[in-house]
Ligand binder design. Structure first.
Ligand SMILES: Nc1ncnc2c1ncn2[C@@H]1O[C@H](COP(=O)(O)OP(=O)(O)OP(=O)(O)O)[C@@H](O)[C@H]1O
Ligand SMILES: [Mg+2]
Length: 275
């Protein structure tokens, strides 16, 4: 087992070798309200990064900047060295809210991820069916979203985002609405796909256990407004990991205690502002 000495909080602005994603001193403001201020973060190629922070602190806003859906008020975001100036195909995004088109079947929704390629209809169909099998939805291809369970809809979203092979996958609380067993199942699926494809993943979650169970590194976003990244923790737990069982590992428990002691400060600040 990895030694706990490997686990330490450090300044998140420390340079890493050629990061795939570079969030450089980004400020995100909505009119006079500053949601995120001067945040810097780098994500390495193939890294699985989790972001945790109190509700409303700016996690989705920051992810939207990486996806190119929101332009930073100040600072820059680059993916693969190129500035992000709008939505682009280097990035796959699983939205916090359900984002499937209700009038399209599972297969058609997955195909949407390929539309930009202008591939032949038959090739697109084959590819989307292949991805539906990969995410465990063989036989469900002709169902409409309202005929799918919450977990199945998330699988369709996952296939839709992964089918065009983005270099970085952004996931905004993808499993938070699922029951605990489905969540464990989906977490396992995600780890399996990640191991197979080794893309960079940025996962936002409220669930610190989920963050530690899945990620290589967990970063903490401070309470808003004007939040920024305040701590980064390496997760030296061996892989493959079973998210349902790893919580009993003594190293997991130590990590949880350490990260929670930092996160709790931000959560308490956030509560204090509201009361
Ligand atoms: N379009 C907008 N206009 C004005 N304020 C906004 C807008 N989008 C987000 N905000 C504000 O910015 C802050 C950060 O919002 P964001 O959705 O990024 O939080 P979050 O950390 O993702 O929260 P949650 O964990 O609840 O999803 C919040 O105070 C929110 O009200
Ligand atoms: Mg959010």
């Amino acid at each position: 087992m990895a030694s706990l000495e490997l686990v330490r909080s450090r300044d998140v602005s420390v340079e890493r070798a050629e990061p795939l994603v570079r969030i450089n001193r980004v400020t995100m403001a909505f009119g006079s309200f500053t949601a995120v201020k001067d945040a810097s973060l780098e994500v390495a190629e193939g890294e699985f990064l989790a972001i945790v922070g109190p509700t409303g602190c700016g996690k989705s806003t920051l992810l939207n900047a990486v996806a190119g859906l929101l332009a930073p008020t100040a600072g820059t975001v680059t993916v693969g060295g190129e500035p992000v100036t709008g939505p682009n195909r280097r990035v796959g995004y699983l939205f916090q809210q359900d984002a499937l088109l209700p009038w399209k079947t599972a297969r058609e929704n997955v195909e949407l991820g390929l539309l930009f390629r202008k591939a032949e209809k038959a090739a697109m169909r084959d590819e989307s069916l292949r991805w539906l099998v990969k995410v465990g939805l063989k036989g469900f291809e002709d169902r409409y979203p309202h005929q799918l369970s919450g977990g199945q809809k998330k699988r369709v979203q996952m296939a839709q985002a992964l089918i065009y092979n983005p270099e970085v996958i952004l996931m905004d609380e993808p499993f938070s609405a699922l029951d605990i067993h489905t969540r464990h199942l989906m977490q396992n699926e995600l780890l399996r796909l990640w191991t197979e494809h080794r893309r960079s993943v940025v996962l936002i979650t409220h669930d610190l256990e989920e963050a530690i169970a899945l990620a290589d590194r967990v970063v903490v976003l401070s309470a808003g407004p004007a939040s920024s990244l305040v701590a980064s923790f390496e997760v030296p737990l061996a892989r493959p990991r079973n998210p349902a069982e790893i919580k009993l590992d003594p190293l997991f428990i130590e990590l949880y205690r350490e990260i929670w002691s930092r996160l709790r400060v931000e959560v308490e600040k956030s509560y204090a502002q509201r009361s």
